[in-house]
Design a protein around this ligand. Structure first.
Ligand code: FAD
Length: 506
């Protein structure tokens, strides 16, 4: 029998995407495959990408990475969610927390009971019923406790990390190289295509070195060296829904203990992030160049830092959107080469992880069956579109009319499915989610409520609970959450005790 397995995988690019792919392939594919990564120090990496979502723990677990070692090496802090300031209205503040809210009763989600309780004046804001959203502003953090009953909110705490993405790539590089991945330093000058089918045959470095492969992973960042420059796959532009196309990024000195959450503050023409690491704080203003100049963006950013800036603001440009195909012929694009929605909900690194998992489950033979490629592309498109809609929701569900940017976002047309989802939620608080979607129903609920999309009614089965029991239910959930948060240590104390990074010059 002929061996139909492919043998040589070439990864183009050594940013977060390239090294995540290299590490995962080294672990899962093993030594029967040759895995080679080429990167150029001269070109460098995008150098941003510091906030993550809880799914990253699964990726690190797959690699059997020791969590404490990972945190220490990457200057990580913990993230319980994102605080959104000034989004729905100026002066607003709400938290999109990870994890659950209250607990469901007879298959009805907690927020259904909350809607009725709120209408009757028996409830506080939805954030009062989630461990993450109560703990975050109080600066509390701990990992899940093993010595409490399984019903305790402390037994399953959902969290992600803020980290230095450059240090994470370095950490994964060590991991991958130890497991046989070969790294080549150099700039790719040319991509050679097979004349008969247009598949990529090899990449040629400026030095003349030629790297041949069966499967190429394009992790070359925004330029999309293989997927776009060589294969001309095409790009779906989402600027009409996600209008920010630039960012200014600057780290600043850390002042005070790190918050266990990312902060996103809406500004006149976009929003500003604040991401606390152990040794410094990352900041950036994501904005629409149609509405403000680079100089104005830089000035706004510098005016709104917690501490002294550690460098000049660095400009970045992007076009929100995705490739028309994520996998084209024998090239699979991951990371920024595959598309970029924008960093509002920290989804890019997650999409790298998701792409790697999808590729491993649809790993091709040497014949690159079309049906396998089509399935990969369909799933990736679906996942991107759902995240895209979630991000659009943040911009569109606003009452702000104080700048042309917010007027445009508030009045723009939005994708039909998002429109339907908003209408259904407004009607009776119902929301449905496909199992393949990234964000949980509670994520959508928190953002909709946080930005004033208020359901008019609730599920009729809620009325099976008496008003007295409903009031008791709300009070008991809030009481349990508060006493759990009381018992949690401050975020900084938790880090100091378990996973403080070796001190380094910022
Ligand atoms: C403003 C901004 C904020 C962001 N914030 C977040 C966030 O908070 N959370 C999150 O999850 N994501 C975030 N992201 C996205 C995140 O930065 C990226 O998803 C992640 O860093 C992966 O980048 P990459 O590896 O695809 O590309 P890059 O880091 O650009 O790496 C590209 C690699 O390709 C190599 N390369 C390119 N051309 C050649 C060539 N000709 N020859 C050889 N090598 C070459 C480069 O040397 C480099 O190694 C943000 C992005 C931006 C723009």
């Amino acid at each position: 029998m002929t061996d139909t397995r492919l043998k040589n995988v070439v990864i183009v690019g050594g940013g977060t995407a390239g090294w995540m792919a290299a590490a995962a392939f080294a672990k899962v594919l093993g030594s029967e495959y040759s895995i080679r990564l080429v990167e150029s120090e001269e070109i460098g990496t995008v150098g941003v990408g510091e906030a993550t979502v809880p799914h990253l723990k699964l990726f690190n677990n797959l690699l059997e990475i020791d969590e404490i070692e990972f945190i220490r090496q990457t200057q990580s802090t913990f993230k319980l969610g994102i605080q959104f300031n000034d989004w729905g209205r100026i002066g607003d503040s709400y938290i999109h927390g990870f994890g659950t809210i209250g607990h469901d009763v007879s298959l009805l989600p907690f927020h259904q009971f909350w809607i009725k309780a709120m209408q009757k004046g028996m409830a506080s804001d939805i954030g009062a019923y989630s461990l993450n959203t109560v703990a975050a502003p109080r600066g509390k953090f701990m990992a899940s406790a093993t010595d409490v009953p399984a019903t305790s909110p402390l037994s399953d705490i959902a969290y992600a990390y803020h980290f230095d993405a450059g240090l994470y790539a370095k950490f994964l590089r060590g991991y991958a190289e130890k497991r046989g991945v070969l790294r080549t330093e150099g700039k790719i000058a040319q991509t050679l295509l097979r004349p008969h089918d247009g598949f990529v045959e090899a990449v040629v470095l400026e030095s003349g070195e030629r790297l041949e492969g069966d499967l190429f992973i394009d992790c070359s960042g925004f330029r999309g060296l293989l997927i776009e420059q060589a294969l001309h796959t095409g790009y779906l532009d989402f600027t009409h829904w996600l209008p920010c196309d630039r960012a200014m990024a600057v780290p600043c000195e850390k002042v005070g203990p790190p918050t266990p959450y990312t902060r996103s503050t809406a500004r006149n023409a976009g929003w500003q992030w604040r991401i606390p690491l152990q040794h410094r704080t990352g900041n950036g203003y994501v904005y629409s160049s149609a509405h403000i100049s680079d100089d104005e963006a830089a000035a706004t950013l510098l005016k709104n830092l917690d501490g002294r800036p550690l460098s000049d603001p660095r400009p970045l440009r992007f076009t929100t959107g995705v490739r028309k195909k994520f996998w084209n012929k024998n090239v699979v694009a991951l990371g920024l080469a595959s598309g970029f929605l924008e960093p509002l909900e920290s989804t890019s690194i997650y999409m790298i992880q998701s792409g790697i998992a999808r590729l491993l489950s649809l790993f091709p033979q040497r014949d690159f069956s079309e049906v396998v490629i089509d399935r990969y592309n369909a799933q990736a498109t679906f996942e991107y579109e759902r995240i895209r809609d979630f991000l659009i929701l943040h911009y569109h569900a606003t009452e702000r009319n104080d700048t042309p940017f917010w007027n445009q976002c508030r009045t723009m047309s939005i994708p039909a499915q998002l429109q339907d989802n908003i209408r259904l939620f407004k009607d009776s608080g119902r929301f449905f989610r496909n199992a393949e979607e990234m964000f949980a129903i509670v994520s959508w609920v928190q953002v909709m409520l946080g930005q004033h999309i208020v359901p008019q009614s609730y599920h009729p089965l809620v009325d099976k609970m008496s008003d007295k029991d409903l009031a008791g239910f709300m009070a008991s959930v809030s009481h349990v959450i508060n006493s759990c948060v009381d018992s949690m240590p401050p975020h900084q104390a938790f880090i100091d005790r378990y996973c403080a990074a070796p001190s380094m010059a910022a």
